[in-house]
Design a protein around this ligand. Structure first.
Ligand code: ADE
Length: 227
């Protein structure tokens, strides 16, 4: 998988991709993340990338030109399965979409800033608009990092135990059950006996029961819409 991320502040994401699961996946040759600084595609003096909005109003808008130059140069080099723009007006990112995007070979992520990007870029190039929640961030970079992390960890081999991505919360529409490690007794609190019983069938049944209970008590909405 290859992800090209276009941003006005790529440094913000540099350290994120140089650590964590993303770094391991990159080292294993499973993913390539390329950060592009939009300023490098500006043809204006002082590498300006934004301008005042037509019709007036507060804030600046990222101009068509640096974005279209950057996108055209990427599109000339390879085909992309998705060109994603991060925005609060997008569809809300959920596990189902992460699963779907983990099957893509090449994707472009566009991070907005200021008041947004010129609408014509969204019309001409963007194939999906994604929001990570009903709140406004200062830019799309954190949203892009969140989505990249959720997607990359699903690539087979990206995390040590492949099973563990499949047993994540949400993969079966349920939150994950509680987990414990040694010591079995701590501060008067004991790990449930069943987890130490060695009876795999009973353990699986207990985990499922706990997952259902957790979901019912914390996120009953998940039981209604299994997206
Ligand atoms: N850019 C600004 N706010 C955002 C959000 N909630 N999700 C995705 N991108 C954003």
């Amino acid at each position: 998988m290859r992800i090209d991320i276009i941003s006005v502040v790529p440094d913000l994401m540099q350290s994120f991709f140089a650590h964590s699961i993303c770094k391991r996946a990159a080292q294993a040759g499973l993913v390539e993340v390329h950060l592009h600084d939009l300023h490098d595609y500006s043809t204006k003096k002082h590498k300006q990338i934004d301008d005042y909005p037509f019709g007036g109003g507060a804030g600046m808008v990222i101009s068509v030109e640096p974005l279209s130059v950057c996108l055209d140069s990427l599109l000339e080099q390879r085909t992309y399965d998705e060109i994603i723009f991060f925005s609060p007006d997008g569809i809300v990112f959920k596990q189902g979409l992460a699963n779907q995007l983990s099957l893509c070979e090449n994707m472009i992520f566009i991070c907005g800033h200021y008041k947004g990007i010129d609408e014509r870029i969204r019309e001409k190039y963007v194939t999906k608009e994604i929001s990570i929640g009903d709140y406004v961030l200062s830019g799309g970079e954190l949203a892009a990092a969140v989505c990249a992390d959720a997607i990359i960890r699903l690539i087979p081999g990206a995390i040590g135990d492949e099973m563990s991505a499949l047993t994540d919360s949400f993969q079966d529409g349920l939150l994950a059950p509680p987990v414990y490690t040694r010591p079995a007794k701590w501060n008067g609190m004991e790990v449930p006996e069943i987890l130490r019983s060695g009876n795999d069938k009973k353990i699986e049944a207990w985990r499922h029961e706990q997952a259902v209970y957790r979901t019912q008590t914390r996120r009953p909405d998940l039981l209604e819409s299994n997206e």
